[in-house]
Design a protein around this ligand. Structure first.
Ligand code: ADP
Length: 236
């Protein structure tokens, strides 16, 4: 019998129109499996942010179903939303680290907010810092780190709660090409630990360098980019 990797994300006929009439997503259907690494591309205004916001219920669709890890996100009770949000980690282009906290404190803060015990924090923080290659920088403040290192802290903070999904929004936007490759390699490694990783990017070089499932968002519709299909530079 063949083992089927379970579906982590399922969007079924999802439409989202904002109150001002902007049609951000139109009848979108999408499946992403556990452990999948996916690039999300498309021009500004195409609906990428709306898509990710639906996954942690910052927005609710007008039509269709959003299922994350077996839970119906749309019908979820408000008190269950914090549990849903802990299933996802976010990585940002501008890192968003707390400047007055050290590397270790930035990461442990994410655990404290989630109600972790001191024992759990002492175990998890060094483990995750060594996973992102920053074991030696635990006591350093963000301003003394390079951009790539700051992004690694951001990734450590995003995965320390053991989320099933990692969403990275233009994670290499502020980094040089070599550092960018290191970050994408790390994100790919993270996907091999069973988490799904979605990387929204405009970085054509990175997509070429790291072949992966690529979904193009265009005028509120999603299209799978085939392996042999060139990505239209204009849509990036
Ligand atoms: P992207 O992330 O690809 O730039 P968005 O999902 O942010 O695209 O936007 C998709 C469309 O929805 C755009 O037309 C945008 O102007 C509109 N939009 C996004 N957020 C809002 C909002 N909060 N209120 C009204 N319109 C919005």
């Amino acid at each position: 019998m063949r083992y089927e990797v379970p579906c982590l994300i399922r969007l079924q006929n999802v439409s989202k129109t904002y109150n001002n009439g902007a049609k951000a997503l139109i009848d979108v259907t999408l499946k992403i499996k556990n452990g999948e690494f996916v690039f999300l591309v498309g021009p500004s205004g195409a609906g990428k942010s709306t898509l990710t916001k639906l996954l942690y219920r910052e927005e609710i669709p007008n039509r269709g179903q959003v299922i994350l890890d077996g839970k119906n996100v749309v019908r979820m009770r408000p008190r269950d939303v914090p549990y849903l949000r802990r299933k996802s980690g976010m990585v940002f282009q501008d890192f968003r680290l707390l400047p007055r906290k050290t590397v270790a404190e930035n990461v442990s803060f994410a655990l404290e907010v989630g109600g972790a015990s001191n024992k759990e924090i002492k175990r998890a923080v060094p483990a995750v810092l060594s996973m992102v290659g920053l074991a030696k920088k635990a006591d350093v403040f963000p301003e003394h780190l390079s951009g790539g290192e700051q992004q690694r802290v951001c990734i450590a903070r995003a995965i320390v709660n053991n989320p099933v999904l990692l969403i990275a929004d233009e994670p290499t936007g502020n980094l040089d090409p070599e550092t960018s490759e290191g970050i994408i390699r790390l994100l790919k490694d993270i996907s091999t630990t069973g988490r799904a990783v979605i990387v929204a990017t405009h970085n054509y070089t990175i997509i070429k360098r790291f072949p992966a499932r690529t979904i193009k968002c265009e005028n509120g519709k999603l299209v799978e980019v085939k392996d042999d299909e060139e990505i239209d530079l204009e849509i990036l």
